[in-house]
Design a protein around this ligand. Structure first.
Ligand SMILES: C[S@@+](CC[C@H](N)C(=O)[O-])C[C@H]1O[C@@H](n2cnc3c(N)ncnc32)[C@H](O)[C@@H]1O
Length: 434
């Protein structure tokens, strides 16, 4: 039986309603509307207003759904990724030849002048440029002249945005092209070297970067651009998202694989009654110590060189918290067990593990646009590290396979953290109280 409010009508209403909420918010806040005009805003901040932010999310979801419905099944498949693959290629060429930087911010420029400034062939430049312009990057206000849109302007001035294009083209695309080979060759392998990335590049993800400093640099820029904006989970949000204040004076937090300790430093500033031991490879020691000094927390944040597959050092035994942020999603279950086992062995009766990672939603419980992003992250972990993002049940299974007494006791983080969650894990007490 046909629904009383079929999808096209429902979506059209939703789009009208949510657009109005956004317009009212912009009006009230004196903010400009998003536009493709050269001087349009680079950012339209909706995040600080819950109603506007929810309306924006609903608008993104509804417009995507309407778009797909309007295309229909066959046309969706016929043109599947056709645009995106060549857009990525075109953008990489344009960025490589510094086209965004050579288009003036406030004026148009002819194709021939732009070709001579950038060294990109006069015959090829229009082909790549028009592909980008068909996707809102740049516009052609009159034949053979180009000017910026806000979308292309972000690429002119922000190396993080350039790195988003670069990394997808130079690393993700070749790795994804090896997915079938990976699945054929290593269907059930837990090994971190059995990846699509290695099939494409002949080396591990970080091994390759060590030999190719440009890739290391671009990866760093990509990670910080990707982690900023809407998907950001800042160190400060983690410092607020857990009741760190409930831990007794002088409690020790062990930041396992803590890098240079930026999260420990942020929590320590907000909660000065805690002590931190950052554990990571020895070559991060100097940077970690200098960061702690710079942030005025060196009294409370120390660094210990430690391989997380080894038994925990004596000073960490019985720590109040073993904190693992963005560690376990880098590894298969077999390796996660090897990381978690020494931690479980070092836990005292009141110790807890706090894992800061994604909890994958159950299928069908999330907006499709958000769900798709999380699924893409999962497949990124697969292609790069043979690792994965985990659902609540996956986390439970993993933890009890390390030690049957490990229990998830809380899941925190919302709404302060946008992407990751804090999974609190404790040892279930035995009858004798141990
Ligand atoms: C994705 S980063 C996460 C860093 C930090 N926890 C954060 O959230 O920013 C992974 C960290 O694990 C460290 N790591 C990788 N293998 C390790 C090992 N076997 N022992 C200790 N640390 C390791 C890396 O050096 C890196 O700092």
């Amino acid at each position: 039986m046909a629904s009383s409010n079929p999808p096209l009508s429902r979506l059209a209403e939703e789009i009208a309603r949510n657009s109005k909420i956004l317009l009212d918010h912009l009006d009230r806040s004196g903010l400009p509307q998003p536009s493709f005009e050269r001087d349009g805003p680079l950012r339209t901040p909706f995040e600080n207003d819950d109603t506007a932010s929810a309306a924006r999310t609903a608008l993104i979801e509804a417009t995507k759904e309407l778009h797909v419905l309007a295309l229909g099944p066959e046309e969706t498949t016929r043109f599947f990724c056709f645009n995106e693959i060549y857009l990525l290629g075109a953008m990489q060429v344009l960025c490589h030849f510094k086209v965004p930087q050579n288009v003036p911010d406030t004026a148009e420029i002819s194709f021939s002048e732009l070709a001579s400034r950038t060294g990109l062939s006069e015959a090829l430049l229009p082909r790549f440029l028009r592909m980008a312009a068909a996707n809102y990057y740049f516009s052609e206000p009159r034949p053979e002249f180009v000017c910026h849109t806000p979308w292309s302007r972000t690429l002119a001035h922000d190396e993080g945005m350039q790195a988003c294009v670069w990394f997808r083209y130079a690393e993700m695309l070749p790795a994804v092209a090896k997915f079938v080979d990976m699945v054929e060759e290593f269907p059930n392998s837990p090994e971190p070297q059995d990846t699509a990335f290695r099939l494409a590049f002949g080396d591990s993800f970080f091994g390759y970067k060590e030999k190719h400093p440009l890739h290391m640099l671009k990866f760093g820029q990509f990670v910080s651009a990707f982690a900023s904006g809407e998907t950001a989970d800042s160190a400060e949000s983690i410092a607020q998202a857990y009741p760190w204040d409930c831990l007794p004076e002088g409690s020790l937090i062990v930041d396992v694989g803590g890098g240079t300790g930026h999260i420990s430093a942020a929590i320590s500033r907000a909660h000065p009654h805690l002590r931190f031991q950052v554990q990571d490879f020895a070559d991060l020691r100097e940077e970690s110590i200098s960061l702690a000094k710079h942030r005025g927390v060196s009294e409370r944040v120390s660094f210990t060189a430690h391989n997380f597959f080894d038994p925990q050092p004596p000073a960490a035994q019985g720590a109040a918290v073993f904190f693992l942020r963005n560690i376990l999603h880098d590894w298969s279950d077999v390796y996660c067990r090897r990381i978690l086992k020494p931690i479980a062995e070092a836990m005292g009766p009141s110790s807890r593990i706090i894992v800061s990672d994604i909890i994958q939603p159950q299928a069908g419980t999330m907006l499709k646009t958000r769900d798709a992003r999380i699924r893409a992250l999962d497949l990124t972990m697969l292609s790069m590290f043979n690792a994965k993002e985990r659902s609540y049940e996956d986390w439970e299974r993993l933890l009890t396979s390390v030690n049957s007494r490990l229990r998830i006791t809380d899941v925190l983080g919302r709404p302060l953290m946008r992407r990751d969650t804090l999974i609190e894990v404790q040892l279930r007490q035995l009858e004798d109280g141990t």
